[in-house]
Design a protein around this ligand. Structure first.
Ligand code: DLL
Length: 431
C-alpha cells in the first residue's frame, strides 16, 4: 500500500531533478540566513551558485555533531525561534545536547514521511499503534505519534516502561502494532515468555517497529519468534527529524530512505572520499525540505551501504542496509576494527544464549563478553556449560579475529535499559 504513490514511485530522473532543485534552494537558504554556514562555505571557497549537478554536493562543507553543539542553542536557525513550533534534542557525547527546531511545515513533512513508512507495512486507520517510546525531547515519541495520527490509526501514547500497564493496554485496546527500541523489545520478550502462550493468544499484535539503536538480524529473528510479530527496521536521527528517515517495506530487504526529503551520500569515514553504491561507509545526509533548521552534509557516524538494486515494491527511493554500527562505537583491539554488532550477531545465533550481553575492554587489549544463558543450562551440567563457553569463544574469535574470554551468567543478572542500551565498557586507559 502507498501513502503518496506519485512521490514514492517517482521515476529516478524526475526524482533527481527534484532533489537538485531542493538542494540548490537549501544551499541558498543556509548561505543567506545562517552566518555560520556562510563562514563554512567561504572556508571551502564555494557559494550556492557552484551547485550545478547533484554530484556538486561534495564541494559543500560537512556539518558535524560538534558544529551543532557549538551553535547551541539556536544559532543554526534560518528564522527567529518565534517562527518555529517544536524543539527536540538529542544528547551529545559531551556537554550540551544538540537542539533541533521545527516549523509547522517541517513537522508536517516529517509526519508525512512516517505515514509513508507505516502505510507501506500495512497500517491503516483500522490499526491501533501503541507507541512505547519515550515522549518528550526524544523524537521517537511525538514524531511517530504525529505520523501515525496522519494515517488515522488509533495511537496509544503509552511511552516506555511500566510493562504490566503496556500489556493491559495491548489486551484491552487490541493493539496491532508497537513501536519500541530493540532493548525494550528484548525485555518485553522476557515478559511474554513468562506469561506463556495463553497471553499471546489473547492479544492481536501483528507488527513491531524497531529502531533508535543498532541491532542485528539475529536479534530481530529472536524477537519475531517470541512476540510472534513481523519486525520492521526503522532508522532515523533527531538531526534529520527523528524516525521516518528510512524504513523497511513489505519485502523487508533494506530500508527505503525518502530521497525527496534527504540527499544521501556514503563516504569513507577516514578519508571522506565518496563511495559508490554498494560500498560500506558513513552515511551523510542533507535535508532537502527543511525550513527552520536545514542541515548540509550531516555526518551521521552511522555505517551502512546503499543497495543499488531496485526493490520489488516499486518504490524508487533507494534502500540502505541495516546499520552496521556507529563509526564511534567501533573499537580497535590489537589493530582490528570491531563493531559490537558483530559480537551480537554471533551470540544471538547460538542456542541456549539469552538476550542480554555486555562487552568489557580491559588493559592489555583483553576483551570479555558477559552473556546471559538459559536458566536450564545455567543450573545444569558443568560439562554442557564448558562446551557452550568453548563454542562461543571459538565462534567469536572467527568473527572478530581476537580471542575473547566468555563469561556465562544467569538470566536476568545483567541490567536492562529502558532507553538506549549501553553494551560496551572500555576500561583501557589509552584508546
Ligand atoms: O533514535 C530517532 C529514532 C526514533 C529512530 C525512533 C528510529 C525510531 P537519536 O536519539 O538522535 O534519534 O539517535 C539517532 O540512533 O544516528 C543511529 O546511530 C541510531 N539509530 C536509530 N535508528 C537505528 C536503526 C533516534 N534502525 C541514532 N538501526 C542514529 C541502527 C539506529 N541504529
Amino acid at each position: 500500500m502507498f501513502w503518496q504513490k506519485e512521490f514514492e514511485t517517482m521515476k529516478r530522473d524526475k526524482l533527481e531533478k527534484l532533489q537538485l532543485k531542493r538542494l540548490k534552494e537549501t544551499a541558498a537558504l543556509v548561505y543567506n540566513k545562517v552566518p555560520y554556514y556562510k563562514k563554512l562555505f567561504k572556508a571551502k571557497g564555494v557559494t550556492p551558485g557552484h551547485i550545478k549537478t547533484l554530484e556538486d554536493i561534495s564541494k559543500l562543507p560537512f556539518t558535524t555533531r560538534d558544529d551543532l553543539q557549538k551553535n547551541y542553542p539556536d544559532k543554526l536557525l534560518t528564522i527567529h525561534h518565534h517562527d518555529t513550533m517544536r524543539l527536540h534534542t538529542s544528547s551529545g557525547t559531551t556537554g550540551k545536547p544538540k537542539a533541533v527546531f521545527f516549523t509547522r511545515k517541517d513537522i508536517d513533512v516529517a509526519a508525512n514521511n512516517i505515514a509513508r513508512c507505516l502505510t507501506m507495512t500495512g497500517v491503516t486507520k483500522a490499526d491501533v499503534l501503541q507507541n512505547m517510546m519515550s515522549y518528550g525531547l526524544f523524537t521517537g515519541g511525538l514524531m511517530m505519534h504525529y505520523g501515525a495520527e496522519k494515517v488515522g490509526a488509533l495511537v496509544i501514547p503509552s511511552a516506555i516502561g511500566n510493562t504490566e500497564r503496556q500489556l493491559l493496554l495491548m489486551e484491552d485496546f487490541k493493539t496491532t502494532s508497537i513501536h519500541l527500541t530493540p532493548s525494550y523489545a528484548l525485555y518485553l520478550s522476557d515478559i511474554f515468555e513468562k506469561k506463556g502462550p495463553a497471553f499471546r493468544k489473547k492479544i492481536k499484535l501483528k507488527r513491531a517497529y524497531m529502531g533508535a539503536e543498532p541491532y542485528t538480524e539475529e536479534t530481530k529473528k529472536k524477537i519475531e519468534k517470541i512476540l510472534k510479530v513481523k519486525v520492521y527496521n526503522s532508522y532515523g536521527l533527531t538531526e534529520m527529524n527523528g524516525p521516518g528517515v528510512a524504513f523497511e517495506c513489505e519485502y523487508q530487504n533494506g530500508m527505503h530512505l525518502w530521497e525527496d526529503s534527504y540527499l544521501m551520500e556514503i563516504v569513507d569515514p577516514k578519508t571522506d572520499r565518496p563511495l559508490p553504491d554498494g560500498e560500506t561507509g558513513e552515511l551523510i545526509l542533507t535535508t532537502l525540505t527543511r525550513e527552520g533548521m536545514p542541515i548540509i552534509r550531516y555526518r551521521t557516524r552511522d555505517i551502512t551501504a546503499i543497495i543499488p538494486e531496485k526493490c520489488k515494491c516499486g518504490r524508487t527511493h533507494r534502500r540502505i542496509m541495516r546499520i552496521k554500527g556507529r563509526a564511534d562505537d567501533m573499537f580497535i583491539m590489537r589493530g582490528v576494527n570491531i563493531y559490537p554488532q558483530q559480537i551480537e550477531r554471533v551470540l544471538m545465533s547460538v542456542a541456549h544464549v539469552e538476550k542480554n550481553y555486555q562487552i568489557y575492554l580491559d588493559e592489555g587489549d583483553k576483551i570479555k563478553v558477559k552473556v546471559e544463558i538459559t536458566k536450564k543450562l545455567f543450573d545444569g551440567n558443568l560439562e554442557h556449560l564448558k562446551k557452550l563457553q568453548a563454542d562461543l569463544t571459538e565462534k567469536l574469535r572467527t568473527e572478530i579475529l581476537v580471542r575473547p574470554s566468555v563469561e556465562l551468567v544467569e538470566p536476568g543478572s545483567l541490567p536492562i535499559s529502558e532507553g538506549k542500551a549501553k553494551r560496551v565498557f572500555d576500561n583501557r586507559k589509552i584508546y
